[in-house]
Design a protein around this ligand. Structure first.
Ligand code: UDP
Ligand code: MG
Length: 313
């Protein structure tokens, strides 16, 4: 029998977790008679009793595996840990808050089995229930990054997807420290089919994403999968050189023809502000890449496991 690994990153999900398990078990019992399953719950350093809830599930269900981190390492690390510990022929990533409907899984499985796909992903076509300003910036972000990066980022794509073992192994083999999954998923390639659905709000608890966190995540995505900002700052620099060269010529000619009445202090100040602003901005861009390189070079662990019942291969 084939096996599906269900990876669930959990950070402070004590309320959602039992609901998720119930729902998923219902789907498994109804639709998956012909498939074996394993759960891998990754407790990402939760501060509430998430780990206790997971252990409760484990007590009466041998399909439940868990990994508990020593602190909060973020969803990217939690997903990686889950993927590395999975043993299924197919692997799916699901949020604990039921925003990723388990009822879609059978359809995804059928597609991956019967059609010529390596991955079935999901994307939400609406952003219902989200603050409008967030949706607005999200849309701008996707426009920008798709212009700047060779790797395609699908607007509204969720991490919820079913993948073949081959694709999972490819993802695991990418050892970068700054992991931006949306980019990594499309970087590794493989044929992906997208299922669309309307946004579903989480069943309990609240989202861990503040606006500031999302902003930093967006920068992460851009630096991880595009070097266009660096090219852009070079181009702006070149442009400024050209403009100043023209201005010099104009000023020399003007002085020769009309003499040199001392004036132009305000314009000078404006120019100094503008140019130093552009310089700082460019430095900032370089700094972003440098800091990512710095973190990459350190080769720190992406997560530290405190407790688990998974036997590492
Ligand atoms: N999550 C995690 N570590 C974190 C933040 C979130 O493992 O540092 C998990 C969280 O428990 C949930 C999933 O990632 O299962 C998605 O988080 P959330 O629902 O807050 O994000 P949203 O759906 O609002 O994008
Ligand atoms: Mg959610």
């Amino acid at each position: 029998m084939e096996k599906i690994s269900i990876i669930v990153p959990c950070y402070n999900e004590e309320e959602s977790l039992p609901l998720f398990y119930q729902e998923m078990e219902k789907v498994r019992e109804n639709d998956f008679h012909d498939v074996e399953m394993e759960y891998i719950f990754v407790d990402d350093g939760s501060k509430d009793s998430t780990l206790k809830e997971i252990k409760k599930l484990k007590e009466h269900d041998s399909k439940v595996k868990y990994i508990s981190f020593s602190r909060n390492f973020g969803k990217e690390s939690a997903m990686l840990a889950g993927l590395e510990s999975s043993s299924g022929d197919y692997v799916t990533l699901m949020d604990a808050d039921l925003q990723d409907p388990p009822s879609l899984l059978r359809k995804m499985y059928d597609i991956i089995k019967n059609e010529d796909y390596d991955c079935v992903g999901t994307r939400r076509v609406t952003r219902k229930g989200e603050p409008p300003i967030r949706s607005f910036f999200a849309r701008i972000f996707y426009k920008l990054i798709n212009k700047m990066s060779d790797v395609e980022m699908v607007d509204g794509a969720r991490d919820y997807r079913l993948m073949t073992r081959q694709m999972v192994d490819a993802i695991i083999s990418m050892r970068e420290y700054n992991r931006y999954s949306k980019g990594i998923f499309s970087f590794v390639g493989f044929k992906t089919k997208w299922l669309e659905y309307e946004n579903i709000q989480r069943v309990a608890g609240e989202t861990k994403w503040s606006f500031w966190k999302l902003f930093k995540y967006a920068i992460e995505g851009i630096t991880a999968f595009s070097t266009v900002p660096l090219i852009l700052s070079s181009i702006i620099g070149l442009l400024f050189c050209l403009i100043s060269f023209l201005l010099i010529v104009i000023i020399i000619i003007k002085t020769l023809m009309y003499g040199d009445p001392t004036s132009g202090w305000p314009s000078l100040v404006c120019i100094i502000f503008l140019v130093s602003g552009v310089q700082l901005f460019s430095l900032g861009i370089i700094g972003q890449y440098l800091s990512k390189t710095y973190l990459e070079v350190k080769r720190r662990q992406k997560y530290i496991v405190k407790e688990t019942n998974v036997n590492k291969k």
